[in-house]
Design a protein. Sequence first.
Length: 105
Amino acid sequence: MKKPTEPGVYWVSLDDGGKVVENVLLQVRYYSGATSFDDGAMIRFLDGSGRMAELSSFDEVILKPYVPTQIGFTSSSHATEELRVKWLTKVVPPKNAPEIGSDVN
């Protein structure tokens, strides 16, 4: 897989440049109000860590994850690591899965 062409959930391989390589799920979405990745993308890690990242284009191969923090009305974020990303595949839900946002009983 070269790079995402639409919003969705993707399997990626992340390499910290040392001995750690991990495969994780990332949710890729447009910036608020955007209808394409022309201005970049928002990335949310789906591993429960709360990490997020932004890419100005998918030509970048380095993610700089951050955990947004908010104290009162002040918010901040600071990237603490750099990870080389390799896009593996888009996650495709089973054919019988309910549509996202539908009522499931």
